[in-house]
Design a protein around this ligand. Structure first.
Ligand code: 5GP
Ligand code: ZN
Length: 119
């Protein structure tokens, strides 16, 4: 599998940097964001180094589909209430104008109870 030795998320995949894992299989890793924006905030990544959504190719379709189908299950596992009361956002920042800081494609899953939105 293709890893970039200078990539933070590849280092997390390889266990060289510790992370709080949410889910792992052969092709996908999910772990808590180190600076959460909400009660539930984890990242889903392909284990293979893919720089961004701008670098996605046809051969990545299966792993990206797998990531999307994992989102609702993992969101609920991590504390999101069921739909429709519960919910989450999936965010994929891409490139400098898209606010991407880590150049290994990743999907933020952000949700959980947000009391500051009420009233
Ligand atoms: P981006 O702005 O690239 O979409 O988001 C990168 C995210 O990765 C940020 O929310 C940041 O907090 C998170 N992050 C950066 N470095 C690490 C790390 O070493 N471990 C973990 N768990 N998250 C990280
Ligand atoms: Zn990487």
């Amino acid at each position: 599998m293709n890893h970039d030795p200078n990539c933070i998320f590849c280092k997390i995949v390889e266990g060289k940097i510790p992370s709080k894992k949410v889910y792992e299989d052969e092709d996908v890793l999910a772990f808590h964001d180190i600076h959460p924006w909400a009660p539930v905030h984890f990242l889903l990544i392909p284990k293979e180094h893919v720089t961004s959504m701008a670098h996605v190719e046809e051969r990545h379709a299966a792993v990206l589909g797998r990531i999307m189908t994992l989102v609702p299950k993992l969101a609920q596992q991590e504390g999101c209430r069921p739909y429709p009361e519960g919910g989450f956002r999936i965010v994929c920042n891409t490139g400098a104008d898209g606010g991407q800081e880590v150049p290994h494609v990743h999907f933020h899953v952000i949700g959980g109870p947000r009391p500051w939105l009420k009233g």
